[in-house]
Design a protein around this ligand. Structure first.
Ligand SMILES: Cc1cc2nc3c(=O)[nH]c(=O)nc-3n(C[C@H](O)[C@H](O)[C@H](O)COP(=O)(O)O)c2cc1C
Length: 394
């Protein structure tokens, strides 16, 4: 998603400036071309040489330097014309305030005022600064004007406070850059329900049946949809993943809990994407405590409730229901049967042999679409799937 994308990063004088080294590194590893502008104050937190080395480009800082660009334009104009996406991270209260009020008194603020490319701010500051009415008014004004924002996280702040103001993790910032350099808020006003992860059916209080699902595909879909402006609820079984940003996450354990949660949210959802690996069987009887070891034991399994089938039977007009089929053979045949049996609008047939990894190979089937993709990152796959869903005519 970032191959040959030109990403300009503005670094202002916040304590989280060091985290952007990892952001730049990740962007480069995704084959983006990165240039960095630093404010004078940001140089107190990290040396420009670090960004010069990691980005592979000279760091720009001085509005009145002698450097003229390749195109013969003055630097702030050539930089403002250069990128596909402009990320300001960390964005201080100061730079946000300056841009909101049209102030262009150094290279970074001047390039932001001069540019017409998509500009994304990642604010990071002390919670009292972030919640200050003036800062909030400046953010609201910039959002209204079409600037994009990555909301800070809540948590421990460098100043010793707890609250909103932490810069999100580098991976999350890179996810935003990936999506926003390719899309705008094209899913605004869409309510999406996603299920992900593995359910667990307990036999006694410590042993269970589960499966190998990592949850990565569903989490990538939930995260991407939220960045693209959708209101997303994620019902998640077990995973080792962090909650996607801006997504309402409900944790469940068993297939029955997954069913109950889906039934609670499905009526209000425009699109339902069921990526969770729900156990097909549960123990007929559950044992209290921990079963003692015996030489031989037999257990009876019974079917769990089929949430996808139920959803297909109660699907309302205009609602889109998407399922996944993880198969080892006869991918197309089984996927088509599942799509018909469960009244799905689309099914994504997965090659189960590479399950759990960061890349995936899959085929998207609907009444009108058959599109195959081989070995692509799950985050990119998530966005391709959302594109196909958006284009569905139901
Ligand atoms: C140790 C230290 C940490 C700071 N951290 C932040 C911060 O995280 N966020 C912020 O908005 N300002 C922070 N500031 C204040 C800014 O550095 C200050 O407002 C400065 O004028 C910002 O200039 P710039 O936006 O041109 O880089 C910090 C200041 C100091 C001394």
């Amino acid at each position: 998603m970032l191959k040959n994308k030109k990403i300009l990063i503005g670094i202002s004088g916040g304590i989280a400036a060091y985290k952007i080294v990892d952001v730049v590194s990740r962007l480069r590893q995704s084959n983006a071309i990165v240039k960095v502008i630093m404010t004078e104050h940001s140089k107190n937190f990290i040396h420009p040489l670090t960004f010069q080395t990691i980005s592979g480009n000279k760091v720009a800082n001085d509005l009145f330097s002698e450097i003229t660009s390749f195109y013969g334009k003055v630097e702030h104009i050539s930089l403002s014309d250069w990128p596909d996406l402009f990320l300001i991270a960390p964005a201080t209260a100061n730079i946000i305030g300056k841009v909101a009020n049209g102030i262009a008194d150094d290279l970074l603020s001047t390039v932001i005022i001069a540019t017409k490319v998509k500009t994304v701010f990642a604010p990071s500051m002390n919670v009292k600064m972030y919640e200050n009415v003036i800062v909030q008014q400046n953010i609201a004004k910039l959002k209204e004007l079409g600037y994009f924002f990555i909301r800070p996280d809540k948590g421990h702040l460098a100043c010793g406070y707890e609250g909103l103001g932490r810069l999100p993790q580098p991976k999350v910032i890179v996810d935003y850059v990936k999506v926003l350099s390719n899309y705008s808020y094209d899913l605004t006003n869409t309510k999406i329900l996603v299920t992900a992860g593995a359910t667990r059916e307990y036999w006694d209080e410590v042993r269970c049946i589960t499966n190998d699902s990592s949850g990565k595909m569903g989490y990538a879909i939930a995260q991407s949809a939220a960045i693209r402006g959708a209101k997303v609820t994620l019902i998640s079984g077990q995973t080792s993943l962090s909650n996607p940003k801006g997504v309402d996450v409900k944790q469940v354990i068993s297939a029955k809990e997954m069913y109950d949660a889906v039934m609670q949210y499905n009526k209000d959802s425009d699109i339902i994407i069921m990526t969770a690996a729900v156990a097909d069987y549960k123990f007929a009887e559950q044992i209290k405590g921990k079963m003692k070891k015996k030489n031989k034991i037999s257990v009876k399994l019974v079917s769990t409730i089929d949430t996808l089938k139920k959803l297909g039977s109660i699907k309302r007009q205009g609602q889109i229901l998407v399922g996944f089929a993880a198969e080892m053979e006869h991918l197309k045949k089984y996927a088509m049967i599942k799509m018909q049996e469960k009244n799905l609008d689309m099914i994504i047939a997965n090659d189960i042999s590479i399950a759990g990894q960061d890349n995936t190979s899959f085929t998207i089937f609907s009444k009108t679409v058959k599109n195959s993709f081989v070995n692509i990152p799950k985050f990119q796959a998530a966005n391709l799937i959302l594109d196909e869903i958006k284009n569905l005519n139901v």
